[in-house]
Design a protein. Structure first.
Length: 403
């Protein structure tokens, strides 16, 4: 099993996939020698770079405003603003990422299934375990992490070579991925990887038209094991330490929600077929669809927030809005609510909403491990029901009809 396989346990909510805008990188003008690798060879080199240790600085720039409420505010701030990160990476089981600000920094450290978040200004420390689902954090905008996700399931006919460039002092071979999926709102993904090691150094995501909607790039990188002291972080004695089992809204929904997402949605398979929870993440490569069960109070606030956004539309399935290549939909008030979001088309989220009405399994009351084991015994009826089957095609609603 590769050293990045642990990172795949962290299913990153699709809200973060398409929220960064390209920053200018003047190093592109530097002349560099061409690379002789074919596109499939470069994909293989990138996938084989998962054991590469490094230290570096990453710059990203956010420019797409994410409709959100308080429960998703942290992810929106992370991915919707300019950012500079310092990273020390030994492997997927041991790393540190510092988000640098003019007023201080926030550090996220990971080791052996445990995470520690340290906020310099407040001296707050939060310790929490890995969870199957979580909202985006600083580690998710690192080029190697993003590159791994966008190449997940990529097919040979979807990739082609781009010219070699100079990035962070390294010669980087270029690759273009053009997803061949009708549900996708992604036009292409361009990325560059170090010729010697295959380590991704820059990732850019484009919608169907217009400039890049996502860009994150190393501005400085050193290959090799980082300083061990950087990973041996000890907060000051006057820090306030808190231990959490459920770190954010996505993790809480996956753990506590009384519904399960189906195995397929809008024609897309689960990205992790071996996971089974309330939150579903579907698709392959840069095409991502999230299905997140909501409490009615959260759904109410999100619907109202979406209504204030330019281009918001009421459909028979719910209220929807696009932000760049990202499409969001909150299902209507007559159903148990879901948030659908991802780099998919409006038709795809509407289809997903209809299918959830028909197929989402609903728990009747709390269901723990003992309950589940009991229900798997012969002759025991599962405590679940099916949601009502939808009727009629999707259509826009008049303002007075919108719920």
């Amino acid at each position: 099993m590769s050293s990045r396989s642990a990172a795949r346990r962290w299913v990153v909510v699709a809200l973060g996939v398409s929220l960064l805008v390209a920053a200018p990188f003047v190093a592109r003008a530097w002349p560099v020698p061409a690379s002789g690798m074919t596109a499939p060879e470069l994909v293989a080199a990138i996938r084989a770079s998962d054991t590469q240790a490094y230290t570096g600085v990453v710059r990203s720039r956010g420019g797409v405003e994410l409709p959100t409420d308080d429960s998703l505010e942290g992810a929106a701030k992370l991915l919707g603003r300019d950012g500079t990160l310092r990273v020390w990476w030994t492997g997927a089981d041991a790393w540190r990422v510092a988000t640098l600000r003019t007023t201080g920094e926030t550090d996220l450290l990971h080791r052996a299934g445990q995470n520690l978040r340290w906020v310099y200004e407040s001296k707050n420390v939060t310790v929490y375990p890995d969870t199957p689902v979580r909202l985006p954090t600083s580690v998710d905008v690192l080029p190697p992490v993003l590159a791994e996700r966008v190449l997940q399931g990529a097919r040979p006919e979807e990739v082609e070579r781009l010219p070699t460039e100079r990035i962070a002092g390294r010669t980087a071979a270029g690759l273009r991925l053009t997803p061949d999926q009708a549900q996708s709102s992604v036009g292409r993904v361009d990325l560059w990887a170090d010729v010697e090691t295959g380590l991704p150094l820059r990732v850019e995501l484009y919608g169907a038209t217009g400039p890049a909607a996502l860009s994150t790039s190393f501005t400085d990188v050193t290959l090799g094991e980082p300083d061990a002291d950087a990973l041996d972080f000890r907060p000051p004695e006057d820090s306030r330490v808190r231990y959490d089992e459920v770190v954010d809204a996505a993790a809480a929904a996956d753990y506590y929600a009384e519904r399960f997402a189906p195995e397929r949605l809008a024609g897309l398979p689960l990205r992790r077929p071996d996971t089974f929870g309330s939150v579903g993440l579907y698709g392959r490569g840069p095409t991502v669809l999230l299905a997140l069960p909501l409490r009615e109070s959260d759904a109410y606030r999100l619907r109202d927030e979406l209504a204030t956004r330019p281009g918001a539309v009421c459909l028979t399935e719910g209220r929807t809005v696009a932000a760049g290549p990202l499409q969001l939909l909150v299902t209507d008030r007559m159903e148990e609510p879901w948030l659908l979001a991802g780099t998919v088309t409006r038709d795809a989220v509407a289809r997903a909403a209809r299918e959830l009405r028909a197929d989402a399994v609903v728990r009747v009351g709390p269901l723990d491990v003992d309950d589940l084991e009991a229900e798997l015994q012969p002759g025991v009826e599962p405590r679940e029901r099916q949601a009502p089957v939808p009727s009629g095609p999707s259509r826009p609603l008049d303002p007075g009809e919108c719920r």
